[in-house]
Design a protein around this ligand. Structure first.
Ligand SMILES: [Zn+2]
Length: 125
């Protein structure tokens, strides 16, 4: 382990970090790491929100891993910041006839994504 410092992007203070041997993080990575590690009050809500954004982004990536939904996935990920900033209140996106994506904010203003797929019974005629 070696010592390094990064600057918390929320409170702009120096944060002491321990870096695993062999790793050589860039200044940008150190600052990102510092922003996660710092336990300042200023960053608390924002850290939780960033975590929620990351969680929703991963969820969308998992949902849209197949080719058919890949374009929708890219578009949805692009829209997350606009929803978090409340420039867009809610997004509903349909893929084909059966798949619907909804992104909205929960009561703590953290983004949430829902995917529903309607299964239609095919009756042979
Ligand atoms: Zn901080």
């Amino acid at each position: 382990m070696k010592s390094a410092t990064g600057i918390c992007k929320y409170c702009h203070q120096l944060v002491a970090l321990q870096i695993t041997d062999g790793e050589d993080p860039t200044e940008e990575e150190l600052n990102a790491y510092a922003s996660q590690e710092c336990n300042c009050k200023e960053g608390e809500i924002q850290r939780r929100r960033d975590f929620a954004i990351e969680r929703v982004r991963k969820q969308i990536e998992n949902y849209t891993a197949n080719v058919k939904e890949a374009a929708a996935g890219e578009a949805l990920i692009h829209l997350i910041p606009m929803i978090v900033e409340q420039q867009i209140t809610k997004v509903t996106m349909k893929v084909g006839d059966a798949i619907t994506y909804k992104i909205s904010l929960d009561k703590d203003l953290n983004p949430i994504v829902e995917r529903t797929e309607t299964i239609t019974d095919m009756v042979a005629g």
